[in-house]
Design a protein around this ligand. Structure first.
Ligand code: BGC
Length: 427
């Protein structure tokens, strides 16, 4: 599987080497989704709306050809639930045909399509029903998963059910830590209700009420309760069952956002709790999965009171976290101790305006992946995040993760050196 160290072509031909995107971040006009609604709000916390994004909905063929030309052989993208099922129980044949075309285009270009069913965005109707805290969500999600497996499953070998299933729990934990630090720093009086503090702008709450029938919509990235975490696990298990009943040849897994959690003396207990929250408590639900999608961007250093700032003098990415390409190998080794299916790096990347830092990041990260494979870890692929400079959620278009730049006025593509450097890593 793996080539000798130091060889530029680090991976064998059958290793899945490619790039990843998500529908909402690149396609444009995802008008039936919760995110779209929140971006349009007058008091929105989004830096800017997604608009036509990278117009990938219309330009996917050009983008896929760029990957193929660079030597990549896999493309991870998401199928948008809000397009496929814009109203509850109503499935769009037109949108299904669109994704069938995207899958065909991948194949014609020699790329393995790796499809994610849910990547953060949900149909508005789901959120109006209580979103990712509602007991009905697993059944709704499984019905959609079954539909995709029936319609497109014959063309697919890999499905990721849910992207970063642990994201809502991480966001809830970060919100708690910020609050605790504010209390410790004397910035808030003890006794302030966290719920009230986090409620934020009442005008935005009203806008949410208008759009979703609730001031606090349970979108996928809203701070999640323990009950919501259970719902997400049930949704994954129900979707996996639906896919296996319909298209048993497909390898199924989900993806997790996994920090390289490191403790400084005194932080061991907290670091253990963090890893338990991010990873370990999901092991029972993942036990039947074929693979785990591992997603890592940096490390988190934990002290006695929780995560610490980036160490003085360390390089930061545009996202303000530490440049730390070693993280992916650390996380792969750690998860492989407890998860026994295949591992696919479904996201790893850097937001930077300096592409030479991206080339360096990819070099170090993939050397780490190759080292893991030399140690016999079952790593089957590496998918860089992201193919394009795209819509980075609340931060808008300022973060540039792409292997390919996009002039948003003309939608012209500008492949960067990093695209070709990545492509050269495979024989
Ligand atoms: C998400 C992507 C996001 C990326 C970079 C991951 O958490 O899956 O949608 O753009 O990180 O922040």
């Amino acid at each position: 599987m793996i080539k000798e160290k130091g060889n530029m072509a680090r991976f064998e031909k059958d290793f899945l080497l490619g790039a990843a995107t998500a529908a909402h971040q690149v396609e444009g006009n995802n008008t039936n989704s919760d995110n779209w609604a929140q971006e349009q709000m007058q008091h929105s916390s989004f830096a800017e709306p997604s608009g036509i994004a990278c117009d990938h909905y219309n330009r996917y063929a050009e983008d896929i050809a760029l990957m193929a030309k660079a030597g990549l052989n896999a493309y991870r993208f998401s199928v948008e639930w809000a397009r496929i099922e814009p109203e509850e129980g109503v499935f769009s044949e037109k949108e299904t045909a669109h994704y069938r075309d995207v899958i065909r285009c991948c194949k014609e270009n020699g790329l393995e399509p790796i499809v994610t069913l849910h990547h953060f965005t949900s149909p508005v109707w789901l959120i109006r029903k209580g979103g990712w805290e509602a007991d009905t969500a697993p059944t709704d999600f499984a019905r959609y998963a079954r539909y995709i497996a029936e319609q497109l499953g014959g063309e697919l070998n890999y499905i990721c059910t849910i992207n970063e299933a642990n994201m809502g729990i991480q966001i809830a934990a970060v919100a708690r830590q910020i609050f605790q630090q504010m209390v410790a720093a004397g910035k808030v009086q003890v006794g302030v209700n966290l719920e009230d503090l986090m409620k934020g702008n009442p005008l935005l709450a009203q806008e949410n009420m208008n759009a979703f029938g609730t001031e606090k919509p349970a979108t996928f990235v809203s701070p999640r309760t323990v009950h919501g975490d259970e719902i997400v696990m049930q949704a994954h298990a129900a979707a996996r069952k639906a896919i296996r009943e319909t298209a048993p040849h497909i390898q199924v897994g989900w993806t997790l956002s996994l920090h390289d959690v490191q403790a400084v003396p005194g932080g061991e207990e907290k670091a253990k709790e963090e890893w338990e929250r991010e990873f370990t408590h999901y092991l029972p639900i993942m036990a039947e999965d074929d693979f785990l999608g591992v997603q890592n961007y940096s490390r988190t250093i934990i002290g006695p009171n929780g995560s610490l700032p980036v160490p003085e003098g360390k390089e930061k990415t545009q996202m303000d976290y530490e440049y730390y390409p070693e993280g992916i190998a650390h996380v792969l080794r750690r998860v492989a101790k407890d998860f026994h299916g295949d591992l696919i790096v479904t996201e790893n990347g850097i937001a930077t305006a300096d592409d030479s830092r991206r080339v360096a990041f990819i070099d170090t990260a993939t050397q780490g992946v190759a080292d893991c494979m030399a140690e016999d870890l079952p790593v089957r692929g590496y998918l860089y995040w992201s193919l394009l400079d795209n819509f980075e959620w609340q931060k808008g278009y300022a973060m540039t993760f792409g292997l390919v730049g996009v002039d948003r006025a003309t939608q012209k593509r500008f492949p960067k050196e990093s695209l070709y450097a990545l492509g050269r890593l495979r024989q």
